[in-house]
Design a protein around this ligand. Structure first.
Ligand SMILES: Nc1ncnc2c1ncn2[C@@H]1O[C@H](COP(=O)(O)OP(=O)(O)OP(=O)(O)O)[C@@H](O)[C@H]1O
Length: 288
């Protein structure tokens, strides 16, 4: 089952273009959206939420076409923005009163539980809250209207490590019934190591891959060797290369192929998600 289906999505802005992005987010799992600064993650998330209109392509959420006009599907989405989208002059309690009127499945008891759990003072004005408190408030709101889908833009940024771990546990709990789905962007790939089932990687407005985390980690390989192994053909096998006077280290997306080419003359190890992001972003331009 698919929660989100994206087909041929394009958006042009000054100095940036999201180009022909197509992938799907499976229902019942946690998908991590990764990519370097300016890759287009927030723009993509805003398109999901109907806050930015695509130039071309379509987004379908639980079978309903997403868009600026069609607001009904949004009641089923718990959304956490990376910006403060609340009124600064209001208290948390006052903001909640406005927010809940948009959500038919609003659950006051759950909201109170999250306020306690996150230690949020209901009378505190939003402008007086720390960044982490605002994120916790956004999460409390999102969890309190029984969404089927959580879409979050860098929810773990600005959170202390203890709460970050707690949030990851909450996400794992959220998808337990296998009908609910989480999509979140992050720069903290260690968060994804812990909870993500699928990874979608966007770089310079283009989709690099969207696959299960296990498949991604299995097929990519870091290769180290002496410079004699590099020639015009073997260089093409790498997504990114770091070269020194003595040797090289590079990332390939087809580990078994490179093992059959270099055999025992090179060293191999499995990359982390951070390695994959680093080499993809730097490409051939990375030097030690
Ligand atoms: N309203 C806008 N008008 C023009 N350009 C924009 C607008 N919003 C974003 N951009 C540009 O679109 C590109 C992608 O930005 P976006 O915020 O989607 O990236 P991101 O992957 O979320 O980055 P980061 O990891 O730094 O948050 C950037 O070059 C940015 O300057």
């Amino acid at each position: 089952m698919t929660a989100i289906d994206v087909q041929g999505l394009s958006k042009r802005m000054s100095g940036f273009a999201l180009e022909q992005v197509s992938f799907s987010v499976p229902r019942g799992y946690i998908t991590g959206l990764i990519g370097p600064n300016g890759a287009g993650k927030s723009t993509f998330i805003k398109m999901l939420m109907g806050m930015v209109a695509p130039d071309q392509g379509s987004i379908t959420i639980h079978g309903e076409r997403a868009g600026i006009a069609g607001a009904a599907y949004r009641a089923n989405i718990g959304y956490v923005s990376d910006e403060n989208i609340y009124y600064d002059c209001l208290s948390l309690g006052q903001m909640k009163e406005i927010f809940k009127s948009f959500y038919p499945r609003w659950d006051e008891e759950i909201f109170k539980e999250y306020l306690d759990r996150f230690e949020l003072p209901v009378k505190k004005k939003i402008k007086d809250c720390s960044k982490g408190m605002k994120t916790k408030f956004a999460l409390a709101l999102a969890f309190s209207h029984h969404p089927d889908l959580l879409i979050m833009d860098e929810p773990t940024a600005g959170l202390d490590p203890v709460f970050r771990r707690e949030l990851l546990d909450l996400l794992a709990e959220f998808i337990q019934d296998e009908k609910r789905t989480v999509l979140f962007s992050t720069h903290l790939t260690t968060d994804l190591d812990k909870v993500a089932d699928y990874i979608t990687f966007i770089h310079r407005g283009k989709l690099v891959f969207s696959e299960t985390k296990d498949e991604i980690l299995e097929r990519h390989l870091i290769v180290k060797g002496s410079k004699e192994l590099l020639d015009a053909d073997t260089r093409k096998e790498f997504i990114g290369l770091r070269e020194t006077d003595f040797g090289f280290e590079g990332l390939t997306a087809d580990g078994s192929r490179l093992q059959s080419i270099f055999g025992s003359s090179a060293l191999y190890h499995q990359p982390t998600l951070e390695d994959i992001m680093y080499y993809t972003a730097k490409g051939g331009k990375a030097y030690a």
